[in-house]
Structure formats: structure tokens, C-alpha cells
Design a protein around this ligand. Structure first.
Ligand code: G3H
Length: 255
């Protein structure tokens, strides 16, 4: 708390909220690019924020990434005073197992003594396979849960970093480059104006679904992600809560 006061973080939070035009901004001290510990702080802040927003029964849709993985580590059984069900927001978007939404949901459920669902769908599906997949009772049920989520918690990534990490094929990488993609969130790649340059075609949460989900929490830190955060939030729902760090926040306030 003293650290926050000294650094004027409360003031930065308000300034950034107005600048980005979103519901709320929470900033943790430090820069995730410089210290691994800061991601843990993002996790802790996310846990606190989630706790405040929980109601009687909660369906929480979760995306992948190392930031989401860090949040899972910081969730505690204290949250399960409310009923929680964690569901992966989208099918595979090419992440390694540790960074996959399925793994993260399972850890979140374990650490809060609550439930989770798995959602195993291939990364890329033809429309023919898609049509038959969504008729599978198991998949159909998870899709219904995702669409009725009371909360979505997701990461935001730098577009090129994410494309490389996901071993995206050269053709798509070319598309991202020529489309000047700078940010990525739940499998959508955005340019500086927040327009979609490319979308990983997988089943689950679609961008338009966010409008009807009461609580949307975006968690991303590190000064290297400032551009991506700015781009994504250009056309994100105004009800979004951003949890970030000082490194990203300072750059966002400057730009
Ligand atoms: O969609 C965004 C990425 O999942 C962010 O990944 O948290 O590992 O940077 P990260």
C-alpha cells in the first residue's frame, strides 16, 4: 500500500481508465518484462478483483497464456464460498499445454476447490467438421456454458510474439505482418485501430459474445505489451476491467 501511494498508482489508475474509456484499471507496481515476480502480483490483483465480482453462482470463462497461468497459482479456496465453474473460453489456439485454457481451468478449479469443464477441440477445423462437432452433446453443453458465462478473464498478447509462440504458419504470419497486427486476445489479432486482422477459427467464445457477459477482465502487463493493450481496448467492451502493471501503464499514459 505504501508503495502504491509513493508511486501515485491510484492517480495513474484513474488517468488510464479515462484515457482508455473502460470501466476500471488496476495497476500493480513493477514491470513484468523485467521481473517474473510481477506476473505473480498481476495474479494476486486478479484474484482480489474476481472475488469482489463473484455472485451466488458463477461461470467463469478463461483463456490461455502465461498470465492466466499465473492467476491460477494465486487463486485460493477462499473464493469457493461462492459456487464457481471454470470453463475454457475457446478451443485450442495453438498454445503449449501449460499455457492452454484447459490446463489453467483445471488448476483454477483445484486451487479453489471448485469445478471445471474441459473443452478439447482441434485448432483448425473445416466447416463440415465444425458442424458435426457442435452437435456432440459434450461440446454442445460446454458451448452453452461459455455463452452463459458471468465472467470472462483473458490475456492480451503482442501479435508477433503470439504468432511465433503458436508456430503459426508462414502464410498467416505474412497476413499479420501486412495487416499490421499489433495485439492479440483469445485468438483474435488486431491492428492499432482495434480492427480484426486475423482470427484463429476455433469453437467457443466469439468477440461479439463479450457484449452480453457482465464481467470482462483483461489481464496483461509489461511495457512491451503497451501497444497490444491499447489496440485491443480500442474496440473492446467499455465494461472491461484492465489489470496491468506500472511498466505497461506508464507507456500507455505517454502514448
Ligand atoms: O492471448 C494472449 C496471450 O494468451 C497472452 O499470453 O500471458 O503468456 O503473455 P501471455
Amino acid at each position: 500500500e505504501l508503495m502504491r501511494e509513493l508511486k501515485g498508482i491510484d492517480v495513474m489508475e484513474l488517468e488510464l481508465k479515462h484515457k482508455l474509456g473502460i470501466k476500471k484499471v488496476i495497476i500493480v507496481p513493477g514491470d513484468s518484462d523485467e521481473s517474473l515476480l510481477v506476473k505473480g502480483e498481476l495474479g494476486k490483483a486478479s484474484a482480489t478483483c474476481m472475488k469482489k465480482l463473484l455472485t451466488g453462482e458463477n461461470i467463469i470463462a478463461v483463456t490461455g497464456g502465461s498470465t492466466m497461468a499465473a492467476i491460477a497459482e494465486r487463486l485460493t479456496p477462499e473464493l469457493s464460498k461462492k459456487e464457481l465453474l471454470f470453463v475454457p473460453a475457446r478451443g485450442g489456439v495453438g498454445e503449449d499445454v501449460a499455457n492452454q485454457a484447459n490446463t489453467i481451468c483445471s488448476n483454477m478449479a483445484k486451487n479453489t476447490n471448485s469445478k471445471h469443464r474441459v473443452f478439447y477441440v482441434p485448432d483448425q477445423v473445416s466447416s463440415q467438421i465444425y458442424q458435426s462437432l457442435i452437435k456432440e452433446p459434450e461440446i454442445h453443453e460446454v458451448l452453452k456454458l461459455i455463452k452463459s458465462a458471468s465472467m470472462v478473464i483473458h490475456g492480451i498478447g503482442d501479435a508477433i510474439t503470439m504468432a511465433e509462440r503458436r508456430k503459426t504458419n508462414p502464410e498467416i504470419q505474412q497476413k499479420l505482418e501486412s495487416g499490421k497486427a499489433v495485439g492479440e486476445a483469445f485468438g483474435y489479432y488486431f491492428n492499432e485501430s482495434g480492427e480484426i486482422v486475423h482470427k484463429v477459427s476455433t469453437i467457443g467464445l466469439q468477440r461479439e459474445d463479450l457484449a452480453t457477459i457482465p464481467n470482462v477482465i483483461a489481464v496483461a502487463g509489461g511495457s512491451s505489451k503497451a501497444k497490444a493493450i491499447k489496440a485491443y481496448l480500442k474496440q473492446a467492451p467499455s465494461a472491461t476491467i484492465l489489470i496491468t502493471d506500472e511498466g505497461a501503464a506508464k507507456r500507455l499514459l505517454k502514448g
